[in-house]
Design a protein around this ligand. Sequence first.
Ligand code: HEC
Length: 98
Amino acid sequence: MKKIALSLLLVSAALMAAEDGATLYKKCSSCHGLQAEKKALNQSQVIAGWDAAKTEAALKGYKDGSYGGKMKGLMKGQVGSYNDAQIAAVSAYIATIK
Ligand code: HEC
């Protein structure tokens, strides 16, 4: 019985750790578009087709303040609470929407 409870605990921890890029992208789509096809607030570049490494670098840059244009503060607010795994997951997802 103890063993079963322990393995259930491990399974749910693993599920929680696996970040779902599509879910993480939901809040982004209001500005960037469901297909990442829009210039967000008419300011950003169109990020559809960006490879994951490029998006990841941009998002980490927003987070630490080293990247962005005049509206970078807004993007910092968007990704400030995302950890590296979440940034990687959402970037990988964006690379798949074309
Ligand atoms: C409220 C609108 C809004 C939301 C929501 C939003 N963004 Fe942005 N995003 C912008 C704007 C505006 C810019 C351009 C900021 C600047 O001046 O650098 C931008 C820039 C970017 C860029 C870099 C593009 C460039 O022009 O260099 C990436 C990548 C990006 N956003 C990804 C995301 C992701 C991923 C999310 C969700 C976690 C998200 N954004 C949520 C408005 C938004």
